[in-house]
Design a binder for this molecule. Structure first.
Ligand code: ZN
Length: 316
C-alpha cells in the first residue's frame, strides 16, 4: 500500500510577546513569515507561520503568541526540541550570529555522527540546528542570512516520553515510519530517514510531566498528500483504536488531530492547498488574513491584537 504519511508538515508552539516572537524567527533565524492569521480555535490570538519562501510542508514552524502567556516547562509527554537543518559547515556562522544577539547556545554536540547546537528562543522554546550534508532541499535566503548558511527546513523533532513502546507502535505500524537507529538512548524514526521526516524519542521514565504554555510545543503535524489520503489515514487510525477528530479546515491545509499514547498532540495535515491560496506569493505574510467565517469580525479582532511589524532589516 502507498505510504499515507511522508514526514513532518509543521510544528506549532505557544509563545509570549508576538513582536519578540516575530523578530526571533524572521530576524535572527531568517525564516520567512508566510502567513499572519489568527488561531482558528481562539480568534483573539495570532497564528504566525514561518517557513521557506512558500511555506513548503516540512519547513513550517508556527506559533500562537500572546502577551502575558505564562511560561511552560519542558518535561515528559512533550515535543521538547525542534531541529532545523543547516548546511554542513554552517554552525560557525550560527554560533557567531546567536552570540551577536545574546542568545546563549550549547557547545557543538554530536548525534548520529552529525554536529548540532542547541538553544532557546525568548520564551524557552527548545531549538536545535543540525549540520548535515544529507539535506537535498536547495534552501532559500531571506533577510540577512547568506544562502550557504541558511536554514533548509526541519531536520526533525525530539519527543520526550516516559516510555517508547506504544508511540513506536503507532509510528511504525500505522504512520509509515520505521525505526532507523539508536544513539545514546535516543531512538530515531523516519519515513525515509531524511531531514524533514525525523522523529527522535528520548525516554525519561522518571521525568516530570511537562506543562504546556509559552515556550513549549502545542503539537506536531505530519504530512499527507491530499484529502483522500487524509481520510484513509483517519479511518486506519480509528479502526486501530485511536481517538481521531473530524477533518478541520485550516484554510491552508485540512487537519485531523489525536493524542499519541505518550501524551504529545499529533496532527495530520494535507500538503494542499498551501499558503498562496489567499495571498500573492510575493506578498505572503504581509496582511492579517482571516478565514471567511470570521471576516465580518475583522475590525473587532484587529483592535484586540497587538500591533506587530517585520523588523528583518534590523537583524543584519
Ligand atoms: Zn497544526
Amino acid at each position: 500500500m502507498a505510504a499515507l504519511i511522508s514526514g513532518i508538515h509543521h510544528i506549532t508552539a505557544i509563545a509570549g510577546n508576538p513582536q519578540k516572537n516575530l523578530d526571533f524567527y524572521t530576524g535572527i533565524l531568517g525564516l520567512r513569515l508566510v502567513k499572519k492569521t489568527i488561531n482558528f480555535d481562539a480568534p483573539d490570538v495570532y497564528h504566525f507561520y514561518f517557513g521557506d519562501e512558500l511555506g513548503a510542508p516540512g519547513t513550517v514552524f508556527t506559533t500562537f503568541p500572546f502577551e502575558g502567556a505564562r511560561k511552560g516547562t519542558k518535561g515528559t509527554g512533550e515535543l521538547t526540541y525542534t531541529a532545523f537543518s543547516v548546511p554542513l559547515d554552517a554552525l560557525g556562522f550560527w554560533m557567531e550570529r546567536l552570540g551577536k544577539y545574546n542568545i546563549p547556545f550549547s557547545t557543538p554536540l554530536s548525534r548520529f555522527g552529525e554536529k548540532l547546537i542547541r538553544f532557546e528562543d525568548h520564551d524557552g522554546m527548545g531549538i536545535e540546528l543540525i549540520a548535515t550534508n544529507k539535506d537535498e532541499r536547495k534552501g532559500w535566503t531571506y533577510g540577512n542570512i547568506p544562502l550557504e548558511f541558511a536554514v533548509r527546513g526541519f531536520y526533525g523533532a525530539t519527543l520526550n516520553l516516559k516510555a517508547k513502546e506504544l508511540t513506536e507502535k503507532l509510528l511504525t505500524q500505522f504512520m509509515d515510519y520505521r525505526f532507523i537507529a539508536e544513539d545514546g538512548g535516543r531512538y530515531r524514526f523516519g519515513t525515509k530517514g531524511d531531514p524533514g521526516d525525523i522523529v527522535d524519542i528520548v525516554i525519561d521514565p522518571n521525568g516530570r510531566q511537562g506543562t504546556q504554555s509559552a515556550g513549549t510545543v502545542h503539537h506536531i503535524a505530519f504530512r499527507t498528500a491530499n484529502e483522500a489520503s487524509q481520510l484513509e489515514i483517519q479511518q486506519k487510525l480509528i479502526r486501530n483504536g485511536y481517538q481521531v477528530t473530524e477533518v478541520k479546515d485550516r484554510n491552508y491545509f485540512k487537519s485531523i488531530y489525536f493524542r499519541e499514547p505518550g501524551g504529545v498532540l499529533f496532527e495530520i495535515a494535507t500538503d494542499e492547498p498551501g499558503f498562496a491560496i489567499d495571498e500573492d506569493e510575493a506578498h505572503l505574510g504581509e496582511l492579517l488574513k482571516l478565514p471567511e467565517w470570521i471576516e465580518s469580525q475583522r475590525s473587532k479582532l484587529e483592535a484586540r491584537l497587538a500591533k506587530v511589524e517585520l523588523n528583518v532589516e534590523k537583524y543584519a
